[in-house]
Design a protein around this ligand. Structure first.
Ligand code: FDA
Length: 569
């Protein structure tokens, strides 16, 4: 049995993990190993192609995690996709680059995460970004930006695809949304996201290939002698040494690969970056979690944190489509991000007050469904913040993605801030066994209604000229399935029969004070440990209005600086 030793051992060479690996290995006197279950996808055309979204789904580089039966959503299971490759989920995702609403990041701090706010994160969005200024040609097709919002020197290339959709679409969308009170937003990446926009993607515009975490943060740096990727290798659990000052001390990670089991030793830290559907399971397998769960599988309790794996939050995605009256070429990057008042008009106040009076019930229901792992009072505090964001700060309420391609104009959409909460927990002490993943989609009637309301609104958008003139019949759902004046229950049935995961799971190892249900502190260190961190989508305490990678890159950049500060003095 071979053994190896590094200063830092990072589990998961994905979106967040490779940022940390890159930045820590800038310290030439430390060694960094990354344990990654997948392999290189540098030359995988399902990955590199900028028009290949979806092509890698169901292939060997897709974990395709299966959920438990979704009892509030019609009963069936869902597939939650995630990348299994050097580069992680950034190698299979939709490449949209949108950040978050500024007040949303500020609310992390108001909930007790000192130092984490929009102002402190913004420089790290810039640091990670290699913005490619659009060409005159791209600008004439709708690419737009404020240079103050963008960093041009970071590793992650951000820009527009080489071939953008016909220039007639955006003005038509703009005029229609103007009639509906939704403004045009030239650049959603400065912290104010509401409006219609043509956002950039994580793409190398020049080479016209996807820019994923590996292309940005690993391959150009692969020759660093102190940085090693151990690929095709599955991490099983953390190995512990003797406690120090009452805190658990990690000394390495047990892994499994073609050579069998071995331990990769860590003399400084173990950092979990395996994604929000894996990092909490790794914590449980290592003895950090809810004793009720660990005891079931005879795993000795190292640190009692009952909220590990709780707070799972995803969004739900449905699609509509219309017959196109034009023929569209090129890659569309158009999204509308209406706020709740824009979407609901006069019913806004009634909905705001109905939701407000339900918050305590939501908190109670979720606390009960977690068997007491979550406290209702902690959930309520988060829900109040969420309510404030939606109904007072009026952050974007839904994202509507417009996809005019060839002869079809389709749309995908998802409400951004659902109230449902689920969990992910191990079902066995065997690390190769899948975990129980339960997002509890549509746990609350309100989330289901919202999903239907946004579909209804999209119909209204497509009925508004001049957009209405660009399309013919509605193909999906189609008036024969959901008639013009369909009841709520007809819409709801359509939603449940056709929805999918939006693939944005977060929250399963939340950054929050320990007494408020947190798993990691503001250094992203796991409570009760000396040297274990989680740095990936698990630590986002709740959902964001942007797509996730931009914020994960920024967060991993900032976390890397926090770690480096500890080791460079
Ligand atoms: P990530 O999944 O990137 O990394 C985890 C890594 O750990 C993986 O490489 C995995 O193989 C590895 N791993 C897991 N368990 C392991 C173990 N036991 N041992 C060793 N290695 C292990 N975001 C966005 O910004 N724009 C978009 O357009 C989209 N679109 C989109 C589409 C689809 C289909 C998906 C699935 C997701 C998106 N997203 C997105 C979301 C975004 O891509 C996602 O949230 C992040 O990439 C997640 O980054 P993490 O660092 O959390 O995990």
């Amino acid at each position: 049995e071979r053994e190896s030793q590094y200063d830092f051992v990072i589990v998961g060479g994905g979106t967040s993990g490779l940022v940390v690996a890159n930045r820590l290995s800038e310290m030439s006197d430390v060694t960094v190993a990354v344990i990654e279950a997948g392999d290189s996808v540098l030359n995988n055309s399902n990955v590199t192609s900028v028009t290949g979204y979806g092509r890698s789904f169901g292939t060997a580089i897709d974990w395709q995690y299966q959920t438990e039966d979704q009892k509030y959503a019609g009963g069936s299971k869902q597939i939650m996709r995630a990348g299994k490759a050097i580069g992680g989920t950034s190698t299979i995702n939709g490449m949209s680059y949108t950040r978050a609403q500024n007040v949303q990041i500020d609310s992390w701090e108001s909930l007790g995460n000192k130092g984490w706010n929009w102002q402190s994160l913004f420089p790290y969005y810039m640091k990670s970004e290699g913005f490619q200024v659009p060409t005159q040609d791209q600008i004439s097709f709708g690419a737009d930006y404020y240079s103050d919002y963008h960093g041009e020197h970071g590793p992650m290339k951000v820009g527009w695809p080489k071939f953008l959709t016909n220039s007639t679409v955006l003005p038509a969308l703009d005029e229609s949304f103007n009639h509906l009170g939704v403004p045009y937003n030239r650049d959603v990446n400065g912290g104010l996201m509401v409006g219609l926009t043509s956002h950039p993607n994580t793409i190398d515009s020049e080479a016209n290939v996807r820019h994923d975490a590996a292309r940005a943060y690993y391959w150009p740096y692969q020759s660093r002698p102190n940085l090693k990727i151990i690929s095709n290798t599955h991490a099983n659990k953390i190995i512990w040494g003797n406690d120090s000052d009452g805190d658990a001390v990690a000394i390495g990670v047990e892994v499994n690969n073609i050579n069998g089991k071995q331990i990769i030793h860590a003399s400084k830290e173990v950092i979990l970056s395996a994604g929000s559907l894996k990092s909490p399971a790794l914590l449980e397998l290592s003895g950090i979690g809810n004793p009720d769960i660990l005891n079931k599988y005879d795993i000795p309790v190292k640190v009692n944190i009952s909220t590990v794996g709780e707070n799972l939050q995803d969004q739900t995605n449905n699609g509509l489509s219309y017959e196109g009256k034009e023929f569209w070429l090129g890659s569309p990057t158009f999204s509308a991000l209406p706020s709740a008042d824009q979407l609901y008009g006069e019913s806004f106040y009634t909905i705001a007050s109905n939701v407000n009076s339900s918050l305590a019930d939501y908190a109670e229901t979720i606390a009960n469904s977690s068997n007491g792992a979550l406290k209702a009072s902690n959930l309520l505090a988060v829900f109040q913040v969420q309510w404030d964001l939606i109904f007072r700060s009026k952050v974007p309420f839904a994202e509507i993605v417009f996809l005019p391609i060839a002869h079809t104009f389709s749309v995908e959409y998802w409400p951004l801030l659902p109230f449902s909460r689920g969990s992910i927990h191990i079902k066995s002490a065997d690390p190769s066994e899948p975990a129980a993943i339960n997002p509890n989609y549509f746990m609350f009637e309100q989330d289901l209604t919202t999903q239907s309301d946004v579909a209804w609104y999209i119909r209204k958008v497509f009925g508004t000229r001049p957009l209405a003139d660009l399309v013919g019949d509605e193909r999906s759902p189609g008036l024969e399935h959901v008639p013009e004046n369909a009841s709520d229950s007809t819409w709801n049935s359509w939603v449940k029969a056709n929805y999918r995961s939006n693939f944005h799971p977060v929250g399963t190892a939340s950054m929050l004070p320990r007494n408020k249900g947190g798993v990691v502190n503001t250094d992203l260190k796991v409570y009760g440990t000396k040297n274990v961190r989680v740095i990936d989508a698990s630590v986002l305490p709740y959902q964001l209005c942007g797509h996730l990678t931009s914020t994960l890159y920024a967060m991993a950049e900032r976390a890397s600086d926090l770690i480096k500060r500890r080791y460079t003095f």
